[in-house]
Design a protein around this ligand. Structure first.
Ligand code: GDD
Ligand code: MG
Length: 338
């Protein structure tokens, strides 16, 4: 069995965080994101060794370096690097020679605790050519909206539809089970979109396409607000099955502080994540934020509802609010940033 993680996007909406760290490995609760996706595949690994194809394009080497083969529990990595981004379907086509059965595809930025085993069982029972995992959301604008009939067969797929186009609330969760014949509909060697180009072809082909609505936790981590939320949800246990496993403990204020971080004096860290080798000085306050490794929050500085990139320096008594700071940012003493 094979899985493919679409991990080639530029992560534009998460800049500057993703300038030097591609989205699939940005840390969530101090753990590279992709590990949460690999955890979902482990229960399926019992069927025989699972190949995990990593479809890479943006900063591929960083993703390969971040992966620890020991964390794979017998699964095998197959990195495939695109010289040019091939789009979400072109990337799948590019891996066709490795695929010999049902292929599980993940968008490389969805955090979920779904159990894929019953989804796979239903996919097989229905003899589906493709099953799309769906999730119901209130605001569908940022997603692909899917209309189903009573049997769960897909009638329409509308990528990021204009408001009022459809009343459907089920969106594409970015997890697909695909049979090999689906890949035959994708042209070779050209940029091709799963959502805009392949899906209309699939509907025309009359292949059996099903939606499988999940009640599991689900979040696309691809914007700063949702990235902070993903961290919070892992810390407060909303994402079942993923207690932070780094050996560090969640504090009574709902925070996770890497053990290698130094705390000088009295500080306040509330609903926040602090990465490795940081320095928090007397009177520092970090609230609802994610502070990545190697960052210093100097005396009396306050960081609120923000993301602070690696190796940054928040000067004494500075006030940072609602900010997304890239790696090596410097905030001068006493300055305000909102
Ligand atoms: N290998 C490769 N090559 N991967 C790519 C490429 C490419 O050219 N372009 C995008 N990707 C990867 C991204 O890294 C990401 O993991 C995934 O494909 C989806 O791209 P996004 O840019 O995050 O898409 P989106 O969030 O706007 O919309 C998609 O996800 C929604 C759910 O979060 C769509 O699939 C929607 O239909 C869906 O609802
Ligand atoms: Mg996305």
């Amino acid at each position: 069995m094979q899985a493919l993680i679409l991990a080639g996007g530029k992560g534009t909406r998460l800049r500057p965080l993703t300038l030097h760290t591609p989205k699939p490995i940005v840390p969530i609760a101090n753990r590279p994101f992709i590990y949460y996706q690999l955890d979902l595949l482990k229960p399926l690994n019992s069927e025989g060794a699972m190949d995990v194809i990593l479809s890479l394009s943006y900063q591929p080497r960083k993703i390969e370096e971040a992966l620890n083969p020991d964390a794979l529990g017998g699964m095998r990595f197959v990195p495939i690097v695109e010289a040019q981004p091939l789009g979400t379907a072109g990337a799948i086509k590019n891996a066709q020679s490795f695929v010999n059965g049902t292929l599980i595809v993940f968008n490389g930025d969805v955090l979920t605790d779904i159990d894929l085993r019953p989804v796979l069982a239903r996919h097989r029972q229905r003899k589906a050519a493709a099953t799309l995992v769906l999730v119901d959301v209130e605001d569908t604008r940022a997603y692909g909206v899917v209309e189903l009939n009573e049997e769960g067969r897909i009638q329409r797929f509308l990528e990021k539809p204009a408001p009022g186009t459809t009343k459907a609330k089920s969106i594409n969760a970015g997890i697909y089970l695909l049979e090999p014949e689906v890949l035959d509909l994708i042209p070779t060697g050209v940029e091709f979109s799963f959502e805009y180009e392949l899906f209309p072809r699939l509907l025309e082909s009359k292949m059996p396409l099903y939606g499988d609505i999940t009640q599991a936790y689900w979040l696309d981590i691809g914007t700063p607000e949702r990235y902070r939320q993903a961290n919070r949800d892992v810390l407060n246990g909303t994402v079942r099955r993923f207690p932070p496993g780094s050996g560090a403990q969640v504090t009574e204020h709902g925070s996770l502080i890497d053990p290698s971080t130094t705390i000088k004096g009295k500080v306040e860290v509330i609903r926040s994540v602090i990465g490795s080798n940081c320095l928090l000085e007397e009177g520092a306050q970090v609230v609802d934020s994610v502070v990545l490794s190697g960052t210093r929050v100097a005396e009396g500085a306050r960081v609120d509802s923000s993301i602070v990139g690696r190796g940054s320096h928040i000067g004494a008594n500075a006030d940072v609010k609602n900010a997304v700071l890239g790696d090596k940012s410097g905030i001068t003493d006493f300055s305000t940033m909102m």
